[in-house]
Design a protein around this ligand. Structure first.
Ligand SMILES: [Zn+2]
Length: 390
């Protein structure tokens, strides 16, 4: 009888321990998951006049993790309107960081700049399942470290799942592999009643039409072994600007960047569909990000920022890397510097060729300045600012 009572109590004690342990782990896991939805603070710089939500242009995404901030930098002086897109692919952090750099430092003297740092915001809250990425990385500054999220190339599957065996792009009908159904840069122009990724693309397309954008510049990164890297890919409607901007960047800054025409048969990308479906001229820029290379070693925080990888170096020594690559890696200053200089050259050339669409920007460091002083030198300390300034 006593034995039975002891046995019963033991079982209750064990069950209670299992229950408490489960609750503790569930609480910790839910905190970790919810923290990935937290957006890194961005300081509104001297020309930011307004911040809207992307859902303003398509209410279908309101209240979802894919809705995101749209920054309006307005000179108040008539001129053109340009849209900068960062984070269409959340792995390719140089585009997101260049967006932040422009928001915090740009003084717009003519026309308007509209900037979306996290274009596929839900992708910043997830990770590629097979790659063991770190969820955040840090940029060293004069006042400490500033944190940013590293995400996935594709929309968070929590919002769009399962993937089909094959993805038929709307409206072209082009067939791609199934997971590309969550690739925002295969979903343009999008549709209001489509899958989640198509709805985010639709919201951006509507913004471009409603805000009467003259120019869209979409900032990406690619594997250093990929042939289309350190390049501007231009829709036919912006070839004159891209060609001149690349030449000027090489001549004035000694930074070589190639120019390629957007292939007509490659559907769903900004440089194809935004040019075909809206009034805007479109250019996409690519820098190299070794974290995207399949031969690389561990995907560490340092690799995101330094681009230094011993295995990629071995590949480079065997002539398998398409850009100059040595033990110095491809640091974030090189990558953000290329996007910053490219963007500023594009704006100057557009202003010269199309004076009615002129946009004048100053105060943003270019390639040489970033390489000399480091990116962190130009980023603000969010804790120095009030909540309204963030
Ligand atoms: Zn990309």
């Amino acid at each position: 009888m006593v034995d039975k009572e002891v046995d019963r109590r033991r079982r209750y004690t064990k069950a209670t321990i299992v229950l408490i342990t489960t609750l503790v782990f569930t609480f910790a896991a839910s905190k970790l998951i919810m923290s990935s939805y937290e957006v890194e603070p961005i300081v509104k710089g001297p020309s930011v006049r307004e911040v809207k939500r992307l859902s303003h242009y398509h209410p279908g995404i309101a209240g979802t993790p894919g809705d995101t901030d749209v920054y309006f930098l307005d000179s108040g002086t008539p001129g053109g309107t340009a849209l900068m897109l960062g984070g269409i692919h959340a792995t390719e952090v140089a585009g997101m960081l260049t967006s932040v750099l422009f928001i915090e430092t740009a003084q717009v003297n003519q026309g308007r700049l509209i900037i979306i740092p996290h274009s596929n915001n839900s992708a910043f809250a997830t990770q590629p399942a097979e790659d063991a990425f770190v969820p955040v990385f840090y940029i060293e500054t004069g006042w400490g470290k500033r944190w940013f999220r590293l995400g996935d190339r594709l929309t968070n599957p929590v919002l769009q799942w399962p993937d089909p065996d094959a993805y038929a792009h709307y409206p072209s009908g082009q067939i791609l592999s199934g997971s590309e159904v969550r690739n925002l840069n295969r979903a343009f122009p999008g549709r209001p009643d489509g899958l989640y990724t198509e709805q985010v693309a639709y919201a951006i397309t509507q913004l471009i039409i409603e805000e009467d954008c003259d120019l869209v510049v979409d900032m990406h990164e690619a594997s250093a072994m990929y042939p289309v890297v350190n390049v501007m890919v231009s829709h036919a409607n912006a070839m004159d600007i891209a060609g001149m901007a690349a030449m000027t960047m090489d001549f004035e800054e000694g930074v070589y960047i190639g120019v390629e025409a957007s292939p007509e048969g490659l559907r769903g990308l900004t440089h194809r569909e935004v040019g075909d479906h809206t009034q805007a001229k479109v250019i996409l820029m690519e820098t190299a990000n070794p974290i995207m290379d399949y031969v690389r070693g561990k995907a560490t925080e340092e690799l995101v920022v330094t681009g230094k990888d011993e295995f990629l170096l071995m590949a480079a020594e065997r002539g398998m890397v398409t850009i100059p690559y040595d033990e110095n890696g491809v640091p974030i200053e090189e990558r953000v510097g290329r996007h910053s200089s490219g963007m500023q050259q594009i704006l100057s050339i557009m202003s010269m060729m199309y004076p009615d669409s002129a946009i004048e920007v100053e105060g943003v460091p270019k390639h040489a300045e970033l390489k000399e002083h480091g990116l962190g030198q130009f980023l603000k300390n969010p804790s120095d600012f009030s909540q309204e300034a963030l």
